[in-house]
Design a protein around this ligand. Sequence first.
Ligand SMILES: Cc1cc2nc3c(=O)[nH]c(=O)nc-3n(C[C@H](O)[C@H](O)[C@H](O)COP(=O)(O)OP(=O)(O)OC[C@H]3O[C@@H](n4cnc5c(N)ncnc54)[C@H](O)[C@@H]3O)c2cc1C
Length: 498
Amino acid sequence: MFVDSRDLTAHTILESDVCIIGAGAAGIALAREFIGTSTQVIVLESGGFGYDQRTQSLYYGENTGLPSFPVHLNRVRYFGGTTNHWAGHCRPLDPIDFEKKDWMPHSGWPITKAALDPYYVKAQPILELGEYQYENLQLFEDKTGLAGLNLDAKRLKTAVYNQSPPTRFGQVYRDELDKAPNIKVCLYANALELVANESASRVDAVRVACIDGPRFAVQSKYIVLAAGGMESARILLLSRHPSPRGLGNDNDLVGRYFMDHVLLRPGVDISFTKIGINLELYHSLHSVAGGNMFAVLAAPEELLRREQLANFRIHLVPSGPKYDRPMGGVFADVDGHEGENPIVKTRDNSIAMHMVLEPHPNAESRVYLSTTRDLFNQEKLNVKWLLTTAELSNAYRTLELVALEFGRMGLGRGYGAIFKDKTKWPGNLEAGKHHSGTTRMTDSPKTGVVDPNCRVFDVDNLYIAGGSIFPTIGYANPMPTIVALALRLADHIKGRIS
Ligand SMILES: Cc1cc2nc3c(=O)[nH]c(=O)nc-3n(C[C@H](O)[C@H](O)[C@H](O)COP(=O)(O)OP(=O)(O)OC[C@H]3O[C@@H](n4cnc5c(N)ncnc54)[C@H](O)[C@@H]3O)c2cc1C
């Protein structure tokens, strides 16, 4: 059922078995798992059923990192959360993404992909996707009658993506949450703070406020923060009783290791030396195995290990109208020679390569409390998204490899701003809108914020769901992993309740 929290009496104390803070993808996927059980669940959602400027303003903050990071634009604060906005690209992480990699400090999940596999499969229908078919390129080629590029398997591969409609969780799952007698979704309910016991080993209550309404509290056996990749960290930092540095923050790790995908659109353009190359498999959607799919270029594990690279994917996007451009950015042709720098007339027959690159975990890239305050007089968030030379050299080498492979196949030549100056980011650097890492999962409180069960270290009844718990993010968009982790967390909590 839905409750308008503005109608509650001030200082009410609501009680439940489980309290979920945030009704985005993670919060709704988790709450649904308790439908039909006797577990009483309260979901606290900051917004209502639609966009409201004052509620959204609670996401405003400051940017002290790279200029290309819009602090409040890429998250949405009402029922359904950022799924009201997302694009629907889906793919699970690769097995190598879970590994500790010598060439990437602070990498390594404390769980393997195998632990998530059953939950990835279960996430498919929740995201309104077809069969769980990510590795079967042959099926994709057979069903579409299209062929992938003839890539050298040691250098590049074709990877399959699934396309969600995209599922708007707030619309698709609204009715079933409304009808569930054991689920109470409190709208307009802003969790301000988690109040812990004196030893900070349990959360005793969640303090909640409405913008135009009462303040109240929720007491639950289990609390799950599902407020998004940056906001879950902010709530911990704002929860200062009895830990002045914030709950779960004894080792100053909450908010650190903030990551987002590195986007260059384009990273490189390929101007074809052949005509009539069919790249339909990559740049159109195809209906296969009960869902929609498209393909990207990605890295074989062997390449990542050999070159010690971060993971990446490349979207092939047809170029717009013809345009002329200086050849200073020419990087590689079939022979690997650089061009002279004349102005060249490009052909219709070219394609833009949009690169999505995994960042390295970096403690200095972080979110932290600002000195400015929001409507509730709480400190806003300061976002310091940083990249290092590791990402820059990864981007350069990745695009170099792609250009060389197109040269090797005899298909075309690569042009890109990064090839003109590999010491600085091109002006089109963007963040991927995939906020992650601020409450990372590890196997020790010395290196992370949550344990392999998503529980905040040393706080017995506090869990986190969402991208903030990813210790590394591979190249895949995060939604399937966010939902899979939420489903796995539901099983864990059910196990503790029974
Ligand atoms: C334009 C865009 C395109 C994207 N495309 C893709 C894509 O193609 N594929 C993909 O995998 N991902 C994509 N993403 C990312 C994806 O949408 C997010 O990673 C995902 O929605 C995060 O889910 P979440 O449940 O963790 O957080 P959110 O969806 O952000 O939900 C958090 C919820 O918590 C609520 N909340 C926040 N603070 C409080 C509080 N104090 N009290 C109570 N409630 C609170 C919010 O109102 C919100 O409902 C995209 C994102 C954007 C912006």
